[in-house]
Every structure is written in C-alpha cells, then in structure tokens.
Design a protein around this ligand. Structure first.
Ligand code: DHB
Length: 388
C-alpha cells in the first residue's frame, strides 16, 4: 500500500490527525496493535478543554459531546476540610466539558469509518522505517503488510516505538518521576457534588470526578507498588471518605465499585518532535501526570498544528513548514507540563514531607483561592486558555 501519511497509533491523536488530513484531501493509513474493543474499554480521563470540544464539533467528527457531555464552569479545591470554588467562567470566560476520552475515541473511530478512512486495528509486529518512510506490520488476518508513505507520524503513546527512531545524539528526554500513583475506581452511585473536587488532606490527595447520573469516577493517591486487587470496597471507601471529610460534613455517595486500577505516571517530554520525515504527537512526545487532565487536550492541540503544517508541506510544497511543528506545539506542551506538575505537587502528600512542606502547601492553596490572580492562573491552565 502507498499513502501520503502513515500514522502509528489509532488513539485520539492518530485518528484526529487522519480526520483533519482527510478534510484537506490528504490520505493516510492508521495502524494500532490494540483492537478497537481494547481501546474502547480502557478507562481514561474525562475532561475536555472547550477548544478540544469545539475541534470535535467544528470539524464534523461528532456533536455528541454537546448532547452527552456536561459543561463544568469550575472546580472545588478542598483543603483543611473546606471546599473553595474556582469559577472558570468568571475568571477566564470559559468552561470545560466532562466527556470521557473513550467517548472521544468512539466518536473519532466512527467518523473515520463513516468517511471511508483506512484504520487497521489489532495489528502486530509493527515496525517503522524512517529513512524510506514505511510502516510494516502483520494485519489482523495474519498477513504481512507494508505501507509506504511520504511522512510518518508516531502517535503511538507513552511507550512509542517511533520515538526510539530519533537518534540518541540528536534528542533530549526530560522527565520527572513522582513517588506516588493514583488508585482509580468507577462506582455505581449518584454524584457526590455538582462539580469535580480536588482534595488535599493529611492522608493524601483525592479527586472526586463523575461519569454519568449513575456512575462516578474517583481517584486517591496511593503508593506506586499498590496492588488494586488487595483492596476491598470497604477499605477503598474508608480511604476516600477520610480524605474529603471536614467540618462541613461533606461525604461521598457510596455504591458498588465496578472497576479498580492503579495508575503510575510521570512527566516526560521528548525533543525534538520531528526527525526528518518522522513526526511525534501526543503521549509519544510527552506525557503529563493526570492531575488537571491535560493529556488528551495536548494530543489534540499537537495534531491540530501538525495537520496544518503537513498540508503546507505536501499540498503547497512548503518545505519549511514541518520545521514549525515542534516549536509551535512545545510552547503549549511546556505550559501544560508546568500546570500538571504544579497541580500535582500542590495537592499530593510527599512520602517524606515535613511539617514545613505541608504547611507551605496549605499556604500555597490559600494564596491560590484567596487571590483573583492566583485563581485566574489556575483557571487559565485548567481550561487551557493561556494568553497567546
Ligand atoms: C478525570 C481525571 C483527571 O485526571 C482529572 O484531572 C479530572 C477528571 C476523570 O477521569 O474524570
């Protein structure tokens, strides 16, 4: 097979890129080792920036986000047992959407199918050639395939095989590890609060998120080596309740826990995002800790820029266009890296924290909610509305 753009990874980054390219008359082939079902059933984050939602609607992927999603105009920061609302609408004039990443994936996969896009799920033995650009793989029928292309895009996630093709001498990997992980659950219960609650507590961080009228998503900070199977529902509820408890009597609505996973995470950026005819997008190029839900939003902004420069390179023969991709994408990547790191370190308990560390964190939280400048800084990061 021959195509213009070969894309490794059929998550939101790869599929959205393929969709945007097709709008400009550029054809692409997308391959992924996972089956469509595997991707659809992996629980991921749930918050879309307004710009991400607009991209789905305005480019004709789907308007389901407007019907099934829920606009959220703020969050609660909870510390010292009290909640403090950060009002995004009042501070930056934008809201965010509660809309699960798995639904974004379903919308994109359906749109590619509707528009006759070439997406191969469930392939194996994938490899890439960056010099004579090509993707080689065994398709889901067990047949060896080769897709030759003009440009190769690695949208293949945090364990990217494409990223490894950038020679070591030319690349810089920046990263930071965190001495904790998240224990994530889905519970069958009614909402506990109208908006998301990000809680700082002596026992560590907790996040009370939502999914639907009947199912909710919650997380609490845990040790990285935690085994989710060893935790009973009772023990999970005790932990979550203790982290949000306070004099206002706030408690979580409990229900059966239908999913438990421990999520390890880190901050990571691979630069440059381009090497010759290879371009990296989304988690393949950068991952963020989950606090603030920036990962999917960053992936979508990458491919928005990437689709534009690829069109100039392939259709208008503008040879310099591809040079713009990394620098333009990285401006926002590093702002989001800072935001995710900041939210994470402000809200989590460090295993070796001293009294000073904890009291300083509480001082920071009071500064953020007590000052319009502080709250606006958080609101700009959370909504992705950074001044240009
Ligand atoms: C969700 C995850 C996040 O990391 C976050 O900051 C907000 C919401 C979620 O899964 O709902």
């Amino acid at each position: 097979t021959r195509t213009q753009v070969g894309i490794v990874g059929a998550g939101p980054a790869g599929l959205m890129l393929s969709h945007l390219l097709s709008l400009n008359g550029i054809d692409s082939v997308v391959v992924d080792n996972r089956t469509r079902r595997e991707i659809e059933t992996t629980v991921r984050a749930g918050i879309l920036e307004a710009d991400s939602a607009r991209l789905l609607v305005d480019t004709g992927v789907s308007d389901r986000v407007l019907r099934d999603g829920h606009p959220h105009e703020g969050i609660d920061l909870r510390f010292g047992g009290e909640s403090h609302r950060v009002d995004f609408r009042a501070l930056v004039g934008e809201s965010v959407w509660l809309y699960p990443q798995t639904d974004v994936f379903v919308d994109l996969a359906n749109a590619r199918e509707r528009d006759g896009g070439d997406v191969r799920f469930g392939v194996s033995d994938t490899s890439v050639d960056v010099n004579a650009p090509a993707i080689r793989f065994v398709d889901s029928d067990g047949v060896r395939q080769e897709v030759r292309c003009d440009l190769l895009v690695g949208a293949d996630g945090s364990r990217s095989i494409c990223r490894a093709e950038v020679p070591e001498a030319l690349r810089m990997h920046s990263y930071r590890e965190y001495p904790f992980a998240w224990f994530g659950i889905i519970t069958e219960a009614a909402r506990s609060a109208p908006e998301l609650v990000y809680a700082h507590s002596p026992r560590g961080f907790a996040l009370i998120s939502q999914r639907t009228e009947t199912h909710q998503r919650m997380y609490f900070q845990c040790a990285p080596e935690t085994n989710a199977d060893q935790w009973t529902d009772d023990r999970i509820w005790e932990e979550l309740q203790s982290r949000v408890a306070g004099p206002d009597g706030f408690t979580l609505n409990e229900g059966p826990i239908t999913e438990k996973t421990v999520l390890r995470f880190r901050s990571f950026v691979a630069e440059p995002m381009r090497h010759g005819k290879l371009l990296l997008a989304g988690d393949a190029a950068h991952t963020v800790p989950p606090t603030g839900a920036k990962g999917l939003n960053l992936a979508l902004q990458d491919v928005r820029v990437l689709a534009e420069v690829i069109e100039r390179a392939l259709v208008k023969n503008d040879d310099d266009a591809l040079d713009e991709y990394g620098p333009r994408a990285l401006d926002r990547v590093w702002k989001a890296q800072h935001f995710s790191y900041w939210m994470t370190t402000m809200l989590h308990a460090l295993p070796a924290a001293t009294d000073f560390d904890v009291r300083r964190q509480l001082g920071e939280l009071r500064s953020v909610v007590g000052s319009e400048a502080g709250s606006r800084f958080l609101a700009e990061g959370y909504t992705g509305c950074w001044p240009a």
